[in-house]
Design a protein around this ligand. Structure first.
Ligand code: PRT
Ligand code: MG
Length: 204
């Protein structure tokens, strides 16, 4: 049985649609039930639902053979997993944003973010010493409440930034969902995993 960890939340429906395109109907997978895994004997797979940031952990430890996780999660919390395919789902970008009325030349001292590692690496690379403040949500409030001069966060449509009077200062990197694999599973179940990749690539 191939065990697949999928992210709950905003990327789940897009992920299920992609599998549907390769004739794997996972429509029973529903995060509103309390069930956390779903067996599909007909495809020889078990789908495990996980919090997005836990998917790489499940895959690293082999609880799941493969998984679908956002590049943001993979960059923030580097795990020993193979990144196999860019599934091009949930495309967005990681950016530095500042208040709309702030000049782009003003120095930045404090940065609020859910992604301290990504933010730290970005500012170190630019040679800018900043204090990183880790928040678990509503990062856009940082500059409004005065806890930070800037934020590092994901932008998709841009409407959240706009609503909070923020603007993009710079783009750090593009983000999308990736297919990842456990390093041992990738060897032991290479036939199943390669067959799946081939099908996914044919519909991407
Ligand atoms: O939200 P929660 O804490 O419960 O869980 P989570 O944030 O871990 O998961 P979830 O489901 O919110 O996001 C899962 C994955 O979706 C992320 O890891 C990204 O890879 C991907 N993704 C794609 C996004 C977005 N687009 C996105 N727009 N994740 C978050 N956002 C947020 C962003 O943080 C900001 O608050 O949406 C807001 C901006 O959106 P726009 O459209 O207003 O620009
Ligand atoms: Mg979220």
């Amino acid at each position: 049985m191939l065990k697949i960890a999928l992210s709950k939340g905003r990327i789940l429906s897009e992920t299920l649609k992609l599998f549907n395109k390769i004739q794997m109907d996972f429509s029973q997978v529903n995060e509103d039930t309390r069930k956390l895994f779903f067996d599909f004997e007909e495809y020889g797979t078990r789908v495990i639902l996980a919090k997005p940031s836990d998917v790489p952990t499940y895959v690293e430890y082999g609880v799941a053979d493969i998984g679908v996780a956002g590049k943001d999660v993979l960059l923030e919390d580097k795990k020993d997993v193979f990144e196999l395919v860019d599934l091009k789902l949930a495309q967005c970008k990681m950016v530095v944003a500042i208040p709309q009325d702030r000049s782009i030349d003003m120095p930045i001292y404090r940065v609020a973010t859910k992604y301290p590692q990504i933010a730290e690496r970005h500012f170190v690379k630019r040679g800018i010493p900043v204090e990183i403040i880790k928040l678990h949500g509503s990062v856009e409030l940082g500059p409004i409440l005065g806890i930070s001069d800037a934020i590092v966060d994901i932008v998709s449509t841009g409407s959240t930034l706009k609503k909070n009077n923020l603007k993009i200062l710079e783009e750090i990197c593009p983000i999308s969902s990736r297919l990842i694999a456990n390093q041992v599973s990738f060897r032991v179940k290479s036939y199943e995993i390669m067959a799946l990749i081939e099908k996914l690539e044919s519909v991407l």
